[in-house]
Design a protein around this ligand. Structure first.
Ligand SMILES: [Zn+2]
Length: 318
């Protein structure tokens, strides 16, 4: 058994290749912005740095349909057109770039499950809008969805916790597992009446045998830290009630004040609080296991500070 790392942190140019070009909100400079802040705070010193890994087709097809994976592969060769209705353009190499996000997430999950790492953070990941057979909202392959399928089928877990504080509802994860009671899903997001993708109403609590295993908390536009703290208590109570065996944390930074495409007004304190509390819950139920994904965040300063706060909280709780 290798020596246990407190926190694995993924870094490498291959992750920055998952982007939609310079000047796009989801541009390649997001990774650099984060990495500069990591170095400024010295967080790279305490973590184990890990390289990105590319997923293979079998792994992608644990969540996605074969036809969709093939479609991405074909459009990746031409580099033309959109992979959805107009938000997510194809570009040459998009297949490899998106498969690398998934492979890196799987590597992080694998290291945490084997005990090599206690916590892990993958900055360019958490592509929570992609559906099993569709791209959506800058998300080509849903690394969270593939990770959940892998944890259930390959690692034999019975309850996987997924917590999402990105400004947008994690619809790809929600609808991917809406009827699966093994997925304990909690998502705080800007009310779908005001923001893409329009889902995540409080009444969406899971279907059939999964009813009650999903918690959607729509927040009003301009919601700040005070309201976040108040509603966060519901997330903790919900997770305690279901005792998941691992926590996946999509910590999108587009819920901070100053994001160019959302209306939320959290400060970095929201991300710090969520990360600290989730580490405690992970220690309570999950043998410490938690993997965080950067998710959205289009104000570079915000994503750098919010994601660094999560890494720092992981280190301090290790
Ligand atoms: Zn988002």
């Amino acid at each position: 058994m290798p020596e246990r790392c407190p926190v694995c942190l993924y870094h490498g140019e291959e992750l920055a290749r998952y982007s939609f070009g310079h000047g796009h909100p989801f541009g390649p400079d997001r990774l650099d912005a984060f990495w500069r802040e990591v170095q400024r705070q010295g967080l790279d010193q305490g973590t184990c740095l890990c390289d990105p890994v590319m997923a293979d087709r079998e792994e992608l097809e644990r969540f996605h349909t074969r036809a969709y994976v093939q479609r991405v592969k074909t459009q990746s060769l031409s580099g033309h057109g959109y992979l959805d209705q107009g938000d997510t353009p194809a570009f040459p190499g998009v297949y490899e770039a998106a498969a690398t996000v998934v492979g890196t997430t799987l590597d992080a999950v694998g290291r945490v499950m084997s005990g090599e790492c206690r916590r892990a953070f993958v900055p360019i990941a958490g592509l929570h809008h992609a559906r099993r057979g569709l791209a959506a909202g800058f998300c080509v392959f849903n690394d969270c969805g593939v990770a959940i399928e892998t944890l259930l089928a390959e690692h034999g877990l019975e309850r996987v916790g997924y917590v999402d504080i990105d400004a947008h509802h994690g619809d790809g994860v929600y609808f991917g597992f809406e009827d699966n009671p093994a997925v304990i899903f909690a998502d705080l997001h800007e009310d779908g009446r005001f923001l893409y993708p329009g889902t995540g109403h409080a009444s969406e609590a899971g279907t059939g045998p999964a009813f009650g295993t999903k918690l959607n908390v729509p927040m009003p536009p301009l919601a700040g830290d005070g309201l976040f703290r108040k509603r966060w208590a519901e997330v903790e109570a919900f997770l305690r009630g279901h005792a998941p065996q691992i926590l996946l944390f999509q910590c999108g930074a587009d819920s901070l004040a100053g994001d160019p495409i959302t209306d939320m007004q959290y400060s970095v304190a929201a991300h710090r609080l969520a990360a600290e509390r989730l580490c405690r819950l992970a220690d309570e139920f999950c043998e410490g296991r938690i993997v965080a994904f950067g998710g959205g965040g289009y104000n570079r300063r915000n994503l750098a500070t919010a994601w660094s706060a999560v890494v720092k909280a992981f280190l301090q709780a290790s």
